[in-house]
Design a protein around this ligand. Structure first.
Ligand SMILES: [Fe+2]
Ligand SMILES: [Fe+2]
Length: 297
C-alpha cells in the first residue's frame, strides 16, 4: 500500500515521463567518488574560472537545507510524496556540496569551515520576503503546489544542463567525472519536480497562479543567495557562448511542454538580457580606460 501511495507513474520511460518516488527513496545514496584518486588533481590544475564556478555550485548545493526550510513552510509539508522526496533531496544535495568542496580542497583551493553560514548571511532580504509570501499564498490557494514544483523543475533542469556543459568543457578528467555523477542525481531531481508539476498543472487555476507568480518572481539558480555580479558571471560562463543558446532554448522548451507553460522563455530571456548588458558595458568600459590612459600620458 505504501508503495502505491508514493508511486508516481507515467506512461513512458525517461525523466520527462515518469518518476517513481518509492523507488527513488529506496535507492537514494549519496554521490560516491571514493573510487576517484583525488591525489591526481595536481596533474590537472583548475582554471580560475573553474574555481569560481565550482565555488558557486558548492555554495548553492550547500544552501539546499535553507531552501528545504522554506519549502516546508508551505503546503508542501502536507504532501507525503513531496516530503519523502525532499528528505532524500536535501541529503543528496548536501553531498553534492560536500563533494565539490572535497574536490576544490584536493585541488589546493582553501574553503572556509564556516562557508555555509557565510553564504546564508549574503542572501538578500528579497528571498526572505518571498518565503513569507509563499507561505501566505499557501493558506489562500490549494494550487500553490504547482508553483513550487514548476519552479523546482526549472532549477533542477538548469543545474543538470549546467553540470553537463561544464563536464563537456573541462580538460580535467576527474572534474568531468564528478560533474557527470552530479548531473545523474540532478536528472532524478528534475524528474520528480517535472512529473509532479505536470499533474498539479492540470487545473486551469493552478496554471494561472503559476504563470502569475513565475512571471513576477522567478529567478535563475542562485539569485538572491549569491551576489548579483556572481549570478551574472555564472550565467555568462555557462550559457553565454554560442552552444549555450541551444541549451537555454532546450530548457525553456522542456518547461514549456508543461500544461499552461507555453509562454516560458526564462533561460533564453535571461541569457539575452545578460549578453545585451555586456554589449553595452564593454564599449563604455573600453572608452573609460582609454580616457584614463590618455590623461595619464
Ligand atoms: Fe544538487
Ligand atoms: Fe538538485
Amino acid at each position: 500500500m505504501e508503495s502505491e501511495h508514493l508511486a508516481l507513474v507515467g506512461t513512458d520511460a525517461g525523466a520527462e515521463n515518469s518518476f517513481d518516488v518509492e523507488k527513488y527513496v529506496r535507492r537514494s545514496r549519496k554521490v560516491d567518488i571514493s573510487d576517484l584518486d583525488l591525489s591526481r588533481t595536481a596533474d590537472y590544475p583548475l582554471t580560475a574560472d573553474e574555481i569560481r564556478c565550482l565555488t558557486y555550485m558548492m555554495d548553492i548545493e550547500g544552501h539546499t537545507i535553507v531552501y528545504l526550510k522554506s519549502i516546508l513552510n508551505t503546503c508542501a509539508i502536507r504532501d507525503p510524496q513531496t516530503t519523502a522526496f525532499l528528505s532524500c533531496w536535501a541529503y543528496k544535495d548536501f553531498f553534492h556540496s560536500y563533494t565539490l568542496r572535497q574536490f576544490l580542497e584536493a585541488s589546493g583551493v582553501a574553503v572556509s569551515a564556516n562557508r555555509v553560514v557565510e553564504v546564508q548571511e549574503q542572501a538578500s532580504w528579497r528571498v526572505w520576503m518571498e518565503q513569507m509570501v509563499a507561505s501566505l499564498i499557501c493558506q489562500m490557494s490549494k494550487h500553490f503546489h504547482a508553483v513550487y514544483l514548476t519552479w523546482g523543475a526549472i532549477s533542477e533542469l538548469t543545474t543538470l544542463e549546467g553540470y553537463q556543459v561544464l563536464a563537456g568543457r573541462t580538460r580535467n578528467p576527474l572534474l568531468a567525472e564528478i560533474l557527470r555523477r552530479l548531473a545523474k542525481d540532478e536528472r532524478q531531481h528534475f524528474s520528480f519536480y517535472y512529473n509532479k508539476a505536470r499533474t498539479e498543472l492540470q487545473s486551469r487555476n493552478a496554471q494561472r497562479l503559476t504563470k502569475f507568480i513565475l512571471q513576477r518572481f522567478w529567478m535563475p539558480v542562485g539569485e538572491g543567495v549569491k551576489p548579483d555580479s556572481e549570478v551574472e558571471w555564472i550565467g555568462h560562463y555557462v550559457l553565454g557562448h554560442t552552444p549555450g543558446r541551444e541549451v537555454a532554448e532546450r530548457i525553456d522548451q522542456t518547461i514549456a511542454r508543461l500544461p499552461g507553460m507555453t509562454w516560458f522563455r526564462g533561460l533564453s530571456e535571461t541569457r539575452e538580457a545578460s549578453l545585451k548588458r555586456r554589449r553595452q558595458t564593454t564599449p563604455a568600459m573600453i572608452a573609460q580606460v582609454a580616457a584614463i590612459e590618455s590623461k595619464g600620458a
